[in-house]
Design a protein around this ligand. Structure first.
Ligand code: ATP
Length: 701
């Protein structure tokens, strides 16, 4: 059966019609404007264009939020709201400011190194004995928080020392909720066919059913007749082209938001080839999450001194740039506690959704983009947006707050970059190598994380290094694999799904039934698979009974003589609703859990720089080998194809085919020997790499 016939059978006419309609619109619509719409925040744009001041009215959250009813309505309207409506273009940041109003850029640089506070989590609150009935106090999704939470009017300091029962119950409920959130969740999102793909008559080769996704790959037999190979994968969730960004949020980030208040660090990242919809998927998520975080802060945890901070940076060619500070180059350091500090990264304190929206827009506009055949606005960088929840230790706002939890959103660069380098210049090739390296390292870290391995190989790349603190302690990871439906992207789609499957397959919490099945079933006929349900929980909360942060006393005096290298500066300026901090390693101070503050000389790897270099060299070598290996296999396949063509041409009466067959055999055995040699070398390098890693970890890193 040919591809068109199969497609005709697989897709209903309505389905095809839908896909065409989406693509006609989405290619012509500014993504900057559309994501706000799909985030359900269109009204923010209109308020902006009218020049209205930023909203502080939290009543907004109750009405426009993610309640089930509104979601159902939006879903019903999705065809219009998301794909047909003309999205208003987002005015430039400055044009939307009223005169005299401060912009994040213009805040006086109240620079203080808060990074030591950032990287050390605030100790947990004691909730022992208060678990009974806690869930009654936990506000369910979509329910008004005003209904569930009586107004708390105690003095802040008193509250900090003697937390009220409702608050403790909320914490307890959040803890309970946390334990039901899978440690790693892998979700696949299929986008609709776009205009270009339709123009080229490319067909939709992806079927989705419940949480499984099937790729129909057209292949050629030796006699050059076509046949279809099916590859079936099962994930925690599969979202088809009909699914809105609201639903993506509901499936991925929404369950994580409450547990960020419980010392959890979570990471949500989008993986996929260029043009597969990573940015489209990721852009609305931080805004939606901020909306829910602010809602919790202003209702459930009202007057508890929680603060929300935003930072946005990118990793481009292995270097870090601040997207909220004119792409200022940043550098990464590690302090004595192996906490990663991004020197100079600016964080903004935010208290309303509009400000967050402006910051995200500003950062997105600054992000590096390049051009590829697949996507004109293709991103070559990994963009990382972090939402940090902090809290002043003694409940007052006079002291710098300390980190409670963090939510990182990562829009990764196109996953095909490494393979897309042969025709490009040196810079593009280097970018590709760097991207490949980081994606490989990210996968390894997530797998190590889920297996609770002692050693997390975060040093494999800049990306994993900056995410180090998301890989330790209580963490959650959501991977959204974005795929294109088109036949032209089949190979990349399969690569994306295999990467996702690899992340998932070693997960301890995976359904054993699923693990017994091969990831790629390659079935000729449709098969009804037993579909595993979502991951069971793999982790529990650690409660450190020695840490009771509400009664913690902070000392601000620093003994400069102790570490003359570090001069403590406590210039902390508040600036209305939005505050800007400059994180500087030279002001890196470490707060002890017992409440004392001590300056410590960070160890910036000096002792281990050789190990790092070696490791990097090894990783590089391994990567080169993998590329060479891949190339050998590709060459071999090409040769086989060419020879097969010759063979078919030569298959005429009277022709002797023996010569061709002998020639083919010789070439194949030569190639096989080359591949075998490369595999042996690769295995050798991997062994060395492993030894090296063990050495590195046993030396304290
Ligand atoms: N689910 C979707 N529904 C409608 N349009 C979509 C969807 N996903 C992506 N698109 C559209 O496809 C185009 C490419 O998407 P996007 O820029 O998000 O790709 P990307 O994976 O981030 O690419 P790159 O890695 O090159 O940055 C955009 O015009 C976007 O609006």
């Amino acid at each position: 059966m040919n591809g068109v016939g199969r497609q005709g059978q697989r897709s209903s006419a309505a389905g095809v019609h839908h896909q065409r309609q989406y693509s006609d619109n989405f290619l012509e619509t500014s993504s900057n404007g559309r994501w706000l719409q799909s985030a359900g925040l269109q009204h923010l744009q209109s308020s902006n264009s009218s020049g209205a001041p930023p909203q502080q009215d939290y009543g907004f959250y109750g009405g426009g939020g993610g309640g089930p009813a509104s979601r159902v309505y939006r879903n019903a309207q999705r065809g219009y709201n998301e794909f047909y409506a003309e999205a208003p273009s987002t005015p430039p940041y400055n044009s939307r400011r009223k005169s005299g109003e401060e912009s994040p850029n213009e805040f006086s640089p109240g620079l203080l190194d808060l990074h030591s506070f950032d990287t050390e989590l605030i100790p947990d609150m004691q909730v022992t004995g208060l678990y009974d009935g806690a869930s009654l106090y936990y506000p369910s999704r979509g329910r008004s928080f005003d209904d569930s939470e009586p107004y708390i009017s105690n003095k802040q300091t008193e509250r900090a020392r003697v937390p009220d029962n409702n608050l403790l119950k909320s914490f307890a409920a959040d803890k309970e909720k946390a334990s039901s959130v899978a440690k790693i969740k892998v979700v696949v999102r299929k986008r609709p066919l776009n205009k270009k793909e339709l123009a080229k008559n490319e067909e939709d080769i992806i079927d989705t059913l419940s949480n499984s996704v099937t790729v129909h790959e057209t292949k050629l037999k030796v006699d050059l007749t076509e046949y279809m190979e099916k590859h079936e994968f099962v994930f925690d969730a599969v979202l088809n082209e009909e699914v809105s960004n609201d639903e993506v949020y509901h499936e991925t980030v929404e369950p994580i938001v409450p547990i960020i208040f419980q010392r959890t660090k979570a990471t949500c990242f989008a993986y996929g080839q260029t043009g597969s919809g990573k940015t489209y998927t990721m852009k609305p998520l931080p805004l939606k999450a901020s909306r829910d975080i602010l809602r919790l802060m202003h209702h459930t945890y009202r007057s508890q001194g929680f603060q929300l901070f935003v930072s946005f940076f990118e990793i481009y060619g292995g270097k870090l740039f601040d997207l909220l500070n004119d792409r200022k180059k940043l550098c990464m350091r590690e302090d004595g506690k192996q906490q990663v500090c991004i020197v100079g990264l600016q964080e903004y304190r935010v208290s309303d959704v509009e400000t967050i929206k402006e910051l995200i827009e500003r950062g997105s506009a600054t992000r590096s983009t390049g051009t590829t055949g697949a996507n004109e606005e293709s991103s070559r960088s990994h963009a990382i947006l972090q939402l940090a929840i902090k809290r002043s230790v003694d409940g007052s706002e006079s002291k710098p707050p300390r980190l409670v939890g963090k939510l990182s959103f990562i829009d990764l660069a196109g996953s095909e970059r490494g393979a897309d380098t042969t025709d490009n210049d040196k810079q593009t090739r280097m970018e590709g190598a760097e991207i490949n390296k980081s994606l490989l390292a990210l996968k390894e870290c997530i797998r190590a994380l889920d297996n609770d391995q002692g050693h997390i190989p975060f040093r494999g790349s800049k990306l994993t290094e900056v995410l180090r603190d998301s890989f330790v302690g209580d963490s959650r990871t959501v991977m959204i694999s974005c795929i294109s439906p088109s036949s032209g992207s089949c190979e990349h789609t399969l690569n994306t799904l295999r990467y996702a499957d690899r992340v998932k397959s070693l997960s301890k919490g995976s359904n054993p039934k699923k693990d017994m099945l091969p990831s790629t079933l390659n079935l000729k006929e449709p098969t009804n698979l037993p579909l595993p349900s979502a991951l069971p929980t793999a982790s529990t909360f650690e409660v450190d009974t020695n840490d009771t942060w509400p009664v913690q006393v902070e000392k601000e005096e620093f003994d400069a003589s102790e570490e003359p290298y570090y001069e403590a500066k406590t210039l902390w300026k508040r600036n209305g609703k939005l505050e800007q901090y400059n994180v500087s390693a030279s002001e890196d101070k470490v707060r002890k859990p017992n409440g004392q503050t001590k300056l410590e000389l960070p160890k910036f790897h000096s002792r281990n720089s050789n190990s790092d270099d070696d490791l990097n060299a090894l990783l590089q070598e391994e990567e080169d080998l993998v590329s060479a290996h891949r190339k050998q296999v590709e060459d071999t396949m090409n040769i086989v194809k060419e020879e097969m063509n010759l063979l078919v041409e030569a298959d005429q009466p009277g022709n002797q085919l023996d010569d061709y067959v002998t020639r083919l055999n010789t070439i194949l055995s030569q190639k096989a020997a080359g591949i075998l040699q490369l595999q042996t070398r690769l295995a050798h390098f991997q062994k060395r790499l492993k030894e090296h890693n063990v050495l590195v970890s046993s030396s304290g890193y």
